[in-house]
Design a protein. Structure first.
Length: 307
């Protein structure tokens, strides 16, 4: 970096402000190093965003801690956020909702088994839900089965219709992850949609000795974890956009779920990735707090609590 020569001697200027020339030159070097660190940091953030387009600033900060240490960059959270903001890298949140649940049917409903349940490890409670992915003309439907302890997506599918085949495929994928294991006293929780109440879906759960739990009064907080999972994949992994085809939607959903499970730190799991959290048991430290204006409602509507 080049500087204009001052009209008076640098020694005189430094003495006027109570500094030595060496201190001034060191300050210039530090400023140059900070500028280089910020450029390197922004480049790494852009590289992460190529795979994880809309990871939030808080998670990105924790995700990059080890990288910053390895590169000798010491940066606080506020400074990190300012760099994101100055470079146009903050994420604007957008909420999209879809109605995929038809609970007006004559099939048997099951009671809610998970109110105030205590979870101490993986494969004790799975939650299932469906959402839609947008095509230029119409929709396809994504079904997820998520472990409530680790937040790992243990089963998923993208299907062309709202029929039972999509959720059933996701369930069978999830069940394959626990084949050969001893009885886990597993609970499967879902809404009362016709797909989850269908005879074929219920029969697979019964054949695998999985306890069946469903929401009771239509309150979305009764299946809040599944709803949040849909929102995370749509907002952070851009699955809320319009896809060119069913094949593209299925491929990008697969990539998003794989990256989510193996690379995304989760605030409800002490910033472990779901894959790492799924290997643990015992109390899981949470790194978030409910907003004050909804804390009361959340407290009265909790579907489970970690032990």
């Amino acid at each position: 970096m080049s500087y204009q020569r001052p009209l008076v001697a640098m020694k005189t200027l430094c003495e006027l402000f109570g500094y030595g020339r060496q201190a001034w030159y060191e300050a210039v070097k530090r400023k140059d190093r900070r500028t280089d660190d910020e450029r390197l940091l922004v480049a790494q953030i852009r590289l992460i965003r190529l795979q994880h387009h809309k990871v939030g600033a808080e998670k990105l900060y924790f995700q990059m801690k080890d990288w910053c240490i390895a590169h000798g960059i010491n940066i606080g959270r506020d400074k990190f956020f300012n760099i994101l903001r100055d470079n146009g890298l903050m994420i604007r949140r957008r909420t999209r909702k879809a109605v995929t649940t038809n609970s007006r049917h004559n099939l048997r409903r099951y009671p809610n088994l998970i109110r105030d349940i205590e979870i101490s490890g993986p494969n004790q409670l799975w939650v299932s839900d469906m959402t839609y992915l947008t095509l230029p003309r119409g929709f396809v439907y994504m079904s997820l089965v998520t472990d409530a302890y680790s937040r790992k997506i243990v089963g998923w599918s993208v299907h062309k219709s709202l029929q039972t085949e999509g959720p059933l495929l996701a369930l069978k994928k999830a069940l394959r992850t626990i084949m050969g294991k001893e009885s886990l006293n597993l609970i499967h929780h879902s809404d009362r949609g016709v797909q989850y109440c269908s005879k074929s879906y219920i029969q697979v759960l019964k054949d695998n000795k999985v306890n069946i739990s469903m929401t009771e009064n239509g309150d979305p907080y009764e299946n809040a974890l599944a709803e949040r999972m849909n929102r995370t994949l749509k907002e952070e992994f851009t699955l809320g956009r319009t896809f060119f085809s069913y094949e593209q939607a299925k491929q990008l959903a697969s990539e998003a779920i794989r990256y989510y499970n193996h690379s995304r730190p989760h605030a409800s799991c002490n910033y472990l990735t779901p894959e790492k959290a799924h290997e643990r048991s015992g109390p899981m430290i949470k790194k978030w707090r409910p907003a004050k204006r909804t804390a009361g409602k959340m407290q009265n509507s909790v579907i489970y609590k970690s032990a």
